[in-house]
Design a protein around this ligand. Structure first.
Ligand code: GDP
Length: 479
């Protein structure tokens, strides 16, 4: 950690020349644009009679309540569900239908607001929280920002169509995030519906449904007629029980932003899904690079509420700026702390942007793996020109390694490298391998921005050799 003389002078509101002079007194010959270390800076600050406030990642963590919850404070919390699947398989229709099936406090049609998530009650009484943005793009970008909000993925597959490319992507995104899946076989009302084909299709993608001896539940539903919706909700409730999801409603809130906007009348508004603790009116918080004080909380029915507990989505008013989806919200004690942390993060983000083009290369990943002994998997995303090559590559890659190290193909497919591939790679810190295919323009931009490495090959042996070298690098790192 260091700071330039001019920056230090700036922050103390002193003349840079005076700072240089005081450094000279300490025996240090430094020019205005040179940097000094934090300890020296602290001496200078004291010399000028100012107080030092050093903020670092560690300080931020101290201010934000990271105390572990006591066992007796933990209570069951509702699961948070994301719906994924191929386009036109009925994700939106299903979300709408579930919303209508809402029986929370018997107020039919009570939901009028779209705030990015909503809660419903299953017949058994279990409360479930659904994210209102279907698809894996939102899911993955949230994950890339560090917000793992989804507990259960409902994979929608149309019974008259079966497994499609985006179905496979969704499966791989859920697997990469280690989130359990429930399959909703939709459009069961259609004469051409063939749910059995869906089940066998899934088997080819290592999704083994209960009917075939696996542990993935399937439910036949129709978003049109409403058939099977209750059963689906109960299946989710059951899965949630198995996961034993808990939270401590007594602690200061921590949550994730799922939507944020600048509202003309209300100022910056963020929908936050509380993940732990209880968010209350009047709470002071920091969220990403922004901070604020909760002026009002509005639930998914459009009602003002005084507080929101675990897994409850609420709109939060009282922000000083608009955060981004995926930003984490933490309640802190004082406004000074909130402001300080937000400022620190803003500066850190600037520094990070300044170090642009800092793509994670395969080599850097290896270096990182060396530092982190527990990493024994080399994740990769593979795209190829034809199915045959893709499969041959995946098979060869999966043979590399032993019980200590292995290559993990997060996703493979045919066609150009897309933004979805980059998103997945970023979220898992993986490179993308293109075999006889290129990245399209949006994917290239996104890879540059996110620092995802793309490697192109046209000869399988080269590809395998490189990955082998990478994997054996991981191996020797273990020794
Ligand atoms: P998304 O792209 O996955 O969000 O799919 P949509 O919800 O937009 O649905 C795509 C199309 O399938 C629309 O025309 C829907 O009306 C239709 N659809 C969705 N669910 C069902 C269903 O259960 N039965 C039938 N027959 N059609 C459905």
């Amino acid at each position: 950690e260091s700071i330039t003389v001019s920056e230090l002078a700036n922050r103390m509101a002193e003349r840079a020349a005076d700072v240089v002079k005081s450094l000279m007194k300490m025996g240090l010959m430094v020019s205005i644009n040179e940097a000094i270390d934090a300890d020296t800076a602290e001496l200078v600050i004291e010399e000028f009679g100012h107080r030092t406030v050093r903020v670092s990642d560690a300080d931020v963590e101290q201010v934000i309540d990271t105390v572990e919850d006591k066992e007796e404070d933990l209570q069951a919390r509702p699961p948070i569900i994301t719906i994924m699947g191929h386009v036109d398989h009925g994700k939106t229709s299903l979300l709408d239908r579930i919303r209508q099936a809402n029986v929370v406090s018997g107020e039919a049609g009570g939901i009028t607001q779209h705030i990015g998530a909503y809660q419903v009650k299953a017949e058994s009484g279990a409360v479930l929280s659904f994210l209102d943005t279907p698809g894996h793009a939102a899911f993955t970008s949230m994950r890339a920002r560090g917000a793992n909000v989804t507990d259960i993925v409902v994979l929608v597959v149309a019974a008259d169509d079966a497994v499609m490319p985006q179905t496979v992507e969704a499966i791989n995104h859920a697997k990469a995030a280690d989130v359990p899946m429930i399959v909703a076989i939709n459009k069961i009302d259609k004469p051409a519906a063939n749910p059995q084909k869906v089940r066998t299709d899934l088997l080819q993608h290592e999704v083994v449904v209960e009917e075939m001896g696996g542990d993935v539940q399937t439910v036949e539903v129709s978003a049109h007629t409403g058939q099977g919706i209750d059963t689906l909700l109960e299946a989710i409730a059951l899965q949630s029980e198995i996961l034993e999801l808990t939270a401590n409603p007594k602690r200061p809130a921590q949550g994730a932003v799922i939507e944020a906007k600048l509202d003309v009348g209300r100022g910056p508004v963020a929908t936050v899904l509380v993940q732990n603790g209880t968010l209350k009116r009047g709470d002071i918080f920091v969220v990403g690079e922004q901070w604020g004080k909760v002026r009002a909380l509005i639930n998914d029915k459009g009602d003002r509420v005084d507080e929101a507990g675990p897994s409850v989505p609420v709109e939060v008013l009282g922000l000083n700026g608009t955060p981004e989806a995926g930003d984490v919200l933490n309640v802190v004690e004082t406004e000074a702390q909130a402001r300080e942390i937000a400022e620190y993060r803003e500066n850190a983000a600037k520094d990070k942007r300044a170090a642009a083009g800092a793509a994670i290369t395969l080599d850097q990943m290896l270096a990182r793996a060396k530092a982190d002994e527990t990493l024994v998997e080399l994740p990769v995303v593979v795209k190829a020109d034809v199915q045959g090559s893709a499969e041959a590559i995946v098979q060869a890659l999966e043979k590399i390694g032993n019980e200590e190290v292995r290559v993990r193909v997060l996703h493979y497919g045919v066609g150009a490298i897309t933004e979805s591939d980059i998103g997945l790679a970023e979220a898992s810190g993986a490179p993308v391998i293109g075999f006889n295919v290129r990245a399209n323009a949006p994917a290239r931009n996104s890879a540059n921005q996110k620092g995802v490495e793309i490697r192109y090959y046209s000869i399988i042996y080269d590809l395998i050799d490189d990955i082998k070298a990478a994997a054996s690098g991981l191996l020797s790192a273990e020794v």
